[in-house]
Design a protein around this ligand. Sequence first.
Ligand code: AMP
Length: 493
Amino acid sequence: MQSVTEWLDSTAAEYPDKPALFDEYETLTFAEYRRKALAIARELFLRNCREKPVVVFLEKGIRIPVSFLGIAYSGNFYTPIDPEMPPARIRKILENLQPELVITEKSLKDNFAETGFDGEYLFYEDITEQETDAELISAISKDAENLLYVLYTSGSTGVPKGVGITHRSVFNYINWVTDTFQITENDSFGNQAPFYFDNSILDIYSSLKTGAALHIIPKTLFSQPVPLLEYLKEKNITTIFWVPSALIVVAKLRALKNVDVSDTLKRVLFCGEVMPNKQLNYWRQYLPHVQYANLYGPTEITDACTCFIVDRPFDDSEPLPIGKAISNVEILLLNGDKEAEKGEICVKGICLSPGYYNNPEKTAEAFVPNPMNPTETMYRTGDIGQYNTKGELLYLGRKDFQIKHRGHRIELGEIETAVSSLEGVSVCCCLYDKIQQKIVLFLEKGADEKQVETGIKKLLPDYMMPNKIIILEKMPINSNGKTDRVKLKEYLT
Ligand code: AMP
């Protein structure tokens, strides 16, 4: 295989009339999915766009995966950008990506224009109604080593980093997913992950490969656990792959006692942050016959590189392992350059991104030669791991200031950079209160809290907003002359 589009070709040939994609407003069969994607590809082809980035600026819905596949058919790669992201941050992404084309809708054009983008706009509602030419598109040369997408993650210096991932890495991952969890055309996925977050790769491509249906769950349902479970039941969802935060909301509000999904739900998979056993035990108590799996991995290794299929009872206070490496992936635990019992989780194998897009410096920092075999490249995750006596990997925490908040990966440094750029702010520091699950921003006296709040709204997405601001007379300094984060932690409890 050279391109993920071969999955859509074969599935659309086998199940042309089977519903493939569902959102609140639209449904598409596999044949329609392919037809629209081919129409998009032809439009890109006619504009001589090859092996280039194409931005997808659309509200969450089935139009996004259709655009992704259209871009893949045309031999280009996609970058989804959320219309809710502030234009100032989008501008930073565009500076790095340098796209010439964006796929959007007419109603969103003005929003995107605010970023100063001076390339060409393609409107989804127009281009998907154009002709198709499957022969023309199949003649476009494809290579499994080409990029399929570039997803932007939070960067510690305030500039988002674009992680490029190839078709080959996605084949390897999805083949492992569909074999391991035995996904078939009779399955239905209930998608939670935004399409700018790589958990969505599992949903999009496992369904494409097998002919399973993909239901894009309305975002608002994730704050209403009972209607959310009713939705799962009504749509016969068999498989969910959510961030633990979404599963925790259901557990906290004890929603499973109101809606019985035991006849439909078969698999509960999760990834992206720690899943506490306390909340998982709640799910397991109500749904003991469901298969549960904890997947682990950063965007840089194609969504997940280890997996633990929950196979035994755990106490509420025990950590849930992240398990073992998936197919064609190897994990090393390194302390400095030496292998250790406990150390930084380093990853090598087909899953590795070729690097950060247009960013050789950051690429060289994170994608480094394996000290055991310098001809190989490995990715340093910044996560600390350790094996338990059963040989299963445990996640112990981070080495740096990267956090997970409401399922989103955030570099506290990115928030600090944004806040520092505001008028009236001399010094600032951000900490994460893990217990309260709050981003706490410390400012020195002189800064105007209200002004800071309005200022950062223009710079950062909603999920990065500090939940609490503390104004100090003077920022504490440690012996190295740096902001004393240990002292600041005292304010958290
Ligand atoms: P992202 O690139 O957004 O997927 O974030 C990757 C980071 O999320 C990892 O480096 C970990 O710090 C954290 N993470 C992902 N999966 C898990 C998991 N199952 N358990 C604990 N932390 C996780």
